[in-house]
Each structure stands twice: as structure tokens, then as C-alpha cells.
Design a protein around this ligand. Structure first.
Ligand code: 2AM
Length: 168
């Protein structure tokens, strides 16, 4: 049986709460669909549908990947017109995050993964099908001490499920 998977940074309760405190204000007056808070995450690598041996290969890679802990400041709201998403992100991508994504991606290639050719832009999708707005709302920076990363399963009609977690 195949599963639809992705690697992600998963906010802890404190970070989630901090995001929640601002989401209502930030999305006020913008037409679109607010993402349920239990699904908030930052994708590191989107895998898609894979079989069990591939999943196992990827879990082995994740368990051995080199990665350092880092502090991420979620300090900006941005909008991508093509996918029509409003997202929360960081003005500055920590080097350790770039390295983590690069190392993970390189390792996953040995399991048959084809990386997204677009440069990695860390983003936490707050709203989908969002209308374009004239000026984007500001956000008070949210400090996130990232200590681990996760493998997540996506099932149609259900919330995302964290199925494995690795300490940095
Ligand atoms: P998004 O939030 O910018 O849409 C699970 O679908 C996660 O993987 C989402 O965070 C999504 O990013 C991301 N993702 C990246 N590439 C994807 C793709 N080709 N199809 C679906 N989701 C993708």
C-alpha cells in the first residue's frame, strides 16, 4: 500500500499558540480558506506517494542526516499569486535550515526522490485560495527553537499525521 508523505518542521504547542494569537488578525478581511491549526507546518521535502520499501529507505536517511538545531524567527507574511496561498515565513533563512534541507534532499535522492528544482523557500501556509490583497499584514515575530524534524502522512479528508520524528 502506498502512502503520501512529506518531511516537515512541526511547530510545538507554544509556537502553535503564538501563531494562533495572530492568525485571526492577520487573515481578517482576506477571502480564502484558513488552514486548520493542527495541520500547520513547514515542508522540508514533499515526497508524494511511495511504497513501503521507499518509505523505509527514506526513514533510514532521515535517521542519519546531519543537522544542527537552529532558531527560526517567523516574522513575515507573504502571498504567492499562482498557488494563491498566504503564508507565514522568515525574512532570514538560518544556514542550519538550508543545510538540513540540502543534506536531507541529497540523501533522499538515493531512495529515488527527485527534488523540487525550485529553491527552498520555507513557508507555513496559513490560507489557501486566498484573494490578493493590496497590502500584506504585519506580524509580530514568533521565535521558534527548532530541535527536530518529522515525517508526515497526508490522507485525503483527514488531518496530517506525524509518523516519525528525529532530533537535530
Ligand atoms: P504548500 O503548503 O505550499 O501547499 C503537504 O501537501 C505539504 O507539502 C504542503 O505544505 C505543500 O506546500 C507541500 N508541497 C510541496 N510540493 C507539493 C506538491 N507537489 N503537491 C502537494 N503538496 C506539496
Amino acid at each position: 500500500m502506498k502512502e503520501r508523505l512529506f518531511f516537515a518542521l512541526w511547530p510545538d504547542l507554544n509556537v502553535r499558540q503564538a501563531i494562533k494569537e495572530q492568525t485571526q488578525r492577520v487573515t481578517q478581511g482576506i477571502n480564502g480558506k484558513i488552514m486548520p491549526e493542527e495541520n500547520w507546518h513547514i515542508t522540508l521535502a514533499f515526497i508524494g506517494e511511495v511504497d513501503k520499501p521507499t518509505k523505509q529507505c527514506m526513514q533510514q536517511v532521515a535517521a542519519t542526516v546531519q543537522g544542527e538545531r537552529f532558531d527560526l524567527s517567523l516574522d513575515k507574511i507573504a502571498y504567492w499569486p499562482k498557488p494563491r496561498i498566504l503564508w507565514l515565513g522568515a525574512t532570514k533563512t538560518p544556514e542550519a535550515l538550508e543545510n538540513l534541507v540540502n543534506n536531507l534532499t541529497m540523501g533522499l535522492e538515493d531512495c529515488g526522490y527527485s527534488p523540487d528544482p525550485r529553491p527552498f523557500k520555507p513557508h507555513l501556509t496559513l490560507m489557501r485560495k486566498a484573494a490578493r490583497v493590496k497590502s500584506l499584514p504585519a506580524v509580530a515575530p514568533i521565535a521558534w527553537s527548532v530541535e527536530d524534524f518529522c515525517l508526515v502522512r497526508s490522507t485525503i479528508g483527514a488531518r496530517y499525521q506525524v509518523i516519525a520524528r528525529w532530533e537535530l
